[in-house]
Write a protein that binds this ligand. Structure first.
Ligand SMILES: [Zn+2]
Length: 300
């Protein structure tokens, strides 16, 4: 029997202050609520389903949370980089800033987690060919920032409307990788030195098979997309955020997070929905980390 195709679960650990910065609320003190409250719930969910997962971590907090990363790695999970400071828009940073965001985050997280970091995901999936080339130069072996869906164009416009820094739209790569290949591939931009694992989308319409999208569409539509992605037989890379396991009221989250998708849904309902989706995928797929998929060969 042929080996079953794989799926990869990844969770971006954007902190509350960095989420709010994305909404134009600047200069907030670093908030550790995600690490104290959400990450243990994420690890518990992975344990319950008996699957490994990939944590994309903002390396600003690499050392202060070292025990958490070591616990995750010891549990079979992978720690990868979600930049140093999660500054946005990411792709417009100059070469020196980019090198710090990429290189320094990789070094800090490797040291803090005790396992070499080989993967990167950009804030708001904002990568260009120049950024992808630098990701490879900084020693990463894969990138997971390409989101090949036209919906990203709409979401970038919405982010722009929410943002206090209105000038940034002129520097945003609005079209991004809407038409990029949807299966894992060698990155052309990095001349084959980097494997690209795009976020999963449906085959024809390229609707996101991405957790935040589930807050915007009826459950039957999201389910249909998920089933079609599973039927395709292609690797399924499913992304969610730590905030998907935070409760605005009972976890005492900054009330300005109410504008964030899903934050008005009570934790029990959000957790059940996420668990159900991950369990559906895990029933049909072998769940790997990106690192394990690299070791197997990306087409498996
Ligand atoms: Zn992020």
């Amino acid at each position: 029997m042929a080996t079953r195709p794989y799926a990869i679960f990844s969770c971006d650990l954007d902190t509350v202050d960095r989420h709010l910065q994305g909404y134009g609320i600047e200069n907030l003190p670093a908030c550790d609520r995600v690490y104290r409250t959400a990450v243990p719930r994420v690890l518990e969910l992975f344990d319950e389903l008996d699957v490994p997962g990939v944590l994309f971590v903002i390396a600003r907090d690499a050392h202060s949370e070292s025990a958490l990363w070591r616990r995750a790695v010891a549990g079979g999970h992978e720690v990868a980089s979600h930049s140093l400071t999660h500054t946005q828009p990411f792709s417009t940073l100059d070469d020196d800033r980019l090198r710090a965001e990429l290189g320094e985050s990789r070094a800090r997280l490797s040291e803090a987690s005790g396992a070499e970091v080989i993967g990167f995901r950009a804030p708001a999936w904002d990568v260009t060919d120049r950024v992808l080339g630098m990701i490879a130069e900084c020693g990463y072996r894969y990138d997971a920032s390409v989101f090949p869906t036209p919906i990203l164009v709409a979401s970038r416009l919405a982010a722009y409307r929410r943002s206090a820094r209105k000038g940034s739209i002129f520097s945003m790569d609005l079209l991004g990788h809407a038409l990029a290949p949807t299966a894992p591939h060698q990155s052309r931009a990095a001349r084959g030195a980097l494997v690209e694992f795009p976020i999963s989308v449906t085959r024809w319409l390229r609707l996101p098979v991405y957790h935040t999208f589930s807050y915007f569409v009826p459950p039957w539509l999201f389910r249909r997309g998920l089933r079609s992605a599973l039927r395709s037989g292609r690797p399924l890379c499913y992304e969610f955020h730590a905030a998907d396991l935070l409760d605005l009221a009972s976890d005492g989250i900054d009330p300005r997070m109410d504008r964030h998708p899903g934050m008005k849904v009570p934790l029990a309902a959000k957790r059940a929905a996420l668990r159900d989706i991950l369990a559906t995928i895990a029933r049909e797929r072998r769940v790997l980390t990106y690192r394990q998929a690299m070791e197997e060969g990306i087409a498996a």
